[in-house]
Ligand binder design. Structure first.
Ligand SMILES: Cc1cc2nc3c(=O)[nH]c(=O)nc-3n(C[C@H](O)[C@H](O)[C@H](O)COP(=O)(O)OP(=O)(O)OC[C@H]3O[C@@H](n4cnc5c(N)ncnc54)[C@H](O)[C@@H]3O)c2cc1C
Length: 587
C-alpha cells in the first residue's frame, strides 16, 4: 500500500513518465490528496471543537445567571434553529425511532444497532470523499492508469489507518476535546476499518490486473511466492480482510474476549507485515508510523494509569459483596484515588479471576473511609487520620456470563457472600456536568442506575449549597423486582437524608415484574412506586409543564428505553430547551 509501488521490489516509483530529477506527477497528486484529506480532518475536528466550546460557554453563563434565579424563564425558551437542528440531525435516529435497541435473532444473539442520522451522514460523506479521492485525476485510458490507481488506493488506506487506530482506543484525546463518546468513535473505527479494507483490496486488485495483463497469471503466482513486497502485501490485505469479517456485532457480543484477543493479534500481524511491505516507501511508512505512535500512546497511557492508581500505598483492594437479583456491590479501596465526579467509569482488572482482561463499569459512589483507631484500639492524632484517610469508590455489577459470572460465583460461595481481592483499576474515563440545568430528568433501567446515582447526590448538594442552577430533579428507575432496591439502598439513604432533598428530588420507581401488589408501596410523596413500565412521553410532558430553566434528560439502560426517551425528547425539544444525553453500557 504505497506510492510508486511496482509489481516487483525494484520497480521504479510512479508512472507518469517524469525525468529522473523531476517529481512524478502521479506522486504529486497523491501527496496533494493526502494533504487535502488531512485538512478535511482538521476542519471537521475544528468545527466540532467550536461547537463544543460554544456549548461550554452557554452552560457556564447559564449556570452563573441562574444561581439566584428561581424561575430561569429565559433559559427554558429554546433557540428555534438550534432546536430544529437537534431534533432532525443531532439527536435524530437514522429513521423514525430506532437507534440503540439491538436487532436480536434470539434472546442471546445480538446483531447490532443502527447509527444515528448524523453518524450516517458523516459516514456517507467520508466514504464519498474517499471514493472521489481514489478515482479523480487518474490517467484514464493510458497504460499507467492501473499503476496510479494502485498507488492512490494504497496511500489512502495507509493514511486512514491513523484515525482507525486513534478511534480504537479509550485514551483518545478527541473523546475529551470534542465530548464525543467512545461508543461513537468505536462505530467510526468499524466503518474506517471497512474503508481501509476496501482501499487495500482496490490496491491489490489494481496490481493483480496490471500484472496479469502485462505478463499473465503465471507472473502473478510467481510474484506472490518470490517477492517479499508482494508476499507481505498479500498477507496484510488478507489480515485486514479477516479483521473485517470477524467483527460483526454478533461475534463481538457473543464472544467478546475471544473477539478482542483475536482482533488485537491479527491487527498487530497486519501492521507488522504492512511495515515490511512498505520498506521501500518511506513516505507511506511514515504514515503507518504515525498510526503506530497513536496506538502506542494509547497503550502507554493505560499502563501509566494502572501504575498511578494501583501501585504503592498497599495497592488496590476490591471488597465484593453478593446482592439479591444477580448483582454485586464492589467497593474499591484504591491505592491512589482521584477526584470523583458523576458520569465516570473505570476498567476493572482482577487477575486471579479474569487474568489480564478488563471490563468497564460506572462509578456509582465514593466515600471517605477513615479508621480513627490503631490496631491496638488507640485513637490516632489528626495528622495520622489525614494520612490514612482513603477514598473508596463503589460499583454495582450485574452478573452476566463471563468475568462477572465468575466473580459472582466466588462471592456467593464466600462467607456472608463477601470477600476481598487484589484488583487493578484503570480510569477514570468520562464525566458529565449537569449543574447548569434547572430541571434534570434521569431515566435508568436495571443496573443503569449506577450511572445516575452520583448525579442525584451532586445535584441535591448543588441545590442545597446554591452552587448550581438545579431546581427540580426527577429519577425514573425501572427494575424487575423490589429486591433490586437493595443494590443502592445505603447510598439512597444518604441521598434522602441530604439537606434540601425534599424540595428538589422526586423518585419514581417502576416494578415490571412484581410478585404481588403488596410489594408496590410508595415510601413517601416524593418516592413513589408503580407496577409496570413508565409512559416516558407522559412523564416528559409533565416535567415540561413544570420545567424550570433548561432541562437535561439523561438515560442509561436498555436500548429500547433509550430510544423511547430520545423520541420523547425530540418531539418536545422545540417547545422548551431540552438536551438529550444517552449513556450506553455496550459498544
Ligand atoms: C461505559 C460502560 C459502563 C458500564 N457500567 C456497568 C455497570 O456499572 N454495571 C454493570 O453491571 N455493567 C456495566 N457495563 C457493562 C459491563 O461492562 C459488562 O456487562 C461486562 O463487561 C460483562 O462482562 P462478562 O465477561 O461477564 O460478559 P459476557 O457475558 O461475556 O458478555 C455480556 C455482554 O457484555 C459485553 N462485554 C463483555 N466484556 C466486555 C468488555 N470488556 N468491554 C465491553 N463490553 C463487554 C459483551 O459484548 C456482551 O454484550 C458497562 C459497560 C460500559 C461500556
Amino acid at each position: 500500500m504505497a506510492s510508486g509501488q511496482g509489481g516487483a521490489p525494484t520497480a521504479a516509483a510512479g508512472s507518469g513518465g517524469a525525468g529522473p530529477d523531476e517529481p512524478d506527477p502521479a506522486d504529486s497528486i497523491n501527496h496533494m490528496l493526502i494533504l487535502d484529506l488531512v485538512y478535511i480532518w482538521v476542519g471537521v475536528i475544528g468545527a466540532i471543537a467550536i461547537h463544543r466550546l460554544v456549548l461550554l460557554y452557554v452552560a457556564h453563563t447559564r449556570k452563573m445567571a441562574c444561581l439566584g434565579n428561581e424561575k430561569q424563564r429565559y433559559f427554558a425558551m429554546p433557540e428555534s434553529k438550534y432546536a430544529a437542528f437537534k431534533r432532525y440531525v443531532l439527536d435524530s435516529p437514522i429513521f423514525r425511532k430506532r437507534h440503540n435497541r439491538e436487532f436480536m435473532l434470539s434472546s442471546a444473539v445480538n446483531v447490532g444497532t443502527l447509527p444515528t442520522r448524523l453518524q450516517t451522514i458523516f459516514i456517507i460523506i467520508y466514504y464519498g470523499i474517499n471514493i472521489a479521492f481514489t478515482v479523480i485525476l487518474l490517467p484514464y485510458g493510458t497504460k499507467s492508469f492501473l499503476d496510479d490507481l494502485r498507488d492512490r488506493a494504497g496511500n489512502l488506506a495507509t493514511l486512514n489507518m491513523i484515525p482507525l487506530l486513534l478511534m480504537a482506543g479509550r485514551n483518545n484525546i478527541l473523546i475529551w476535546a470534542l465530548d464525543i463518546s467512545f461508543d461513537t468513535y468505536n462505530l467510526l473505527h468499524r466503518w474506517l476499518g471497512r474503508l481501509v479494507v476496501l482501499e487495500a483490496a482496490t490496491h491489490a486488485i489494481a496490481w493483480s490486473v496490471a500484472t496479469v495483463e502485462e505478463s499473465g497469471w503465471a507472473a502473478l503466482w510467481k510474484a506472490a511466492s518470490h517477492s517479499q513486497l508482494i508476499l507481505t502485501g498479500t498477507i496484510s490485505v488478507c489480515a485486514f480482510g479477516f479483521l473485517m469479517l470477524h467483527s460483526p456485532s454478533l461475534v463481538r457480543h457473543a464472544y467478546y474476549e475471544t473477539f478482542l484477543h483475536a482482533h488485537i493479534l491479527v491487527a498487530l500481524t497486519a501492521v507488522i507485515v504492512l511495515w515490511m511491505h512498505l520498506d521501500e516507501f518511506p513516505g507511506a511508512q511514515n504514515l503507518l508510523l504515525a498510526a503506530l505512535v497513536v496506538w502506542g500512546f494509547e497503550r502507554f497511557m493505560r499502563v501509566q494509569n494502572l501504575v498511578r492508581n494501583n501501585i504503592g500505598a498497599g495497592g488496590t483492594l476490591a471488597d465484593i459483596q453478593a446482592l439479591p437479583g444477580d448483582a454485586m456491590r464492589v467497593t474499591l479501596r484504591l491505592a491512589r484515588p482521584w477526584k470523583f465526579k458523576p458520569g465516570q467509569h473505570v476498567f476493572l482488572y482482577i487477575p486471579t479471576i479474569g487474568w489480564w482482561t478488563n471490563h468497564p463499569f460506572s462509578l456509582a459512589w465514593s466515600s471517605e473511609q477513615q479508621d480513627v483507631f490503631t490496631e491496638k484500639g488507640l485513637p490516632l492524632n489528626r495528622q495520622d487520620v489525614l494520612s490514612i484517610r482513603k477514598t473508596s469508590m463503589s460499583l454495582i455489577i450485574r452478573r452476566r456470563t463471563g468475568f462477572t459470572d465468575k466473580l459472582w460465583a466466588k462471592a456467593e460461595k464466600s462467607l456472608n457472600g463477601k470477600f476481598s481481592i487484589r484488583a487493578f483499576v484503570e480510569g477514570p474515563y468520562g464525566s458529565q456536568d449537569l449543574s447548569s440545568y434547572g430541571t434534570v430528568l434521569l431515566f435508568a433501567a436495571g443496573v443503569g442506575i449506577t450511572h445516575q446515582v452520583p448525579f442525584l447526590r451532586s445535584l441535591v448538594a448543588d441545590y442545597s449549597n446554591s452552587t448550581g442552577a438545579v431546581r427540580r430533579v426527577t429519577l425514573v428507575w425501572i427494575i424487575q423486582s423490589p429486591e433490586h432496591l437493595e443494590w443502592i439502598r445505603p447510598w439512597m439513604t444518604d441521598i434522602l437524608g441530604m439537606e434540601g432533598r425534599r424540595d428538589v428530588l422526586r423518585i419514581l420507581l417502576f416494578i415490571t415484574r412484581p410478585r404481588s401488589t403488596k410489594e408496590i408501596q410508595s415510601l413517601s410523596a416524593s418516592v413513589q412506586m408503580f407496577p409496570g413500565k413508565p409512559d416516558v412521553n407522559a412523564i416528559l410532558a409533565q416535567q415540561q409543564q413544570q420545567q424550570v430553566g433548561a432541562m437535561a434528560v439523561t438515560v442509561c439502560g436498555t436500548g429500547s428505553l433509550s430510544d423511547d426517551v430520545r423520541r420523547a425528547v425530540r418531539l418536545r425539544c422545540q417547545t422548551t430547551t431540552i438536551d438529550f444525553i444517552e449513556n450506553a453500557f455496550s459498544w
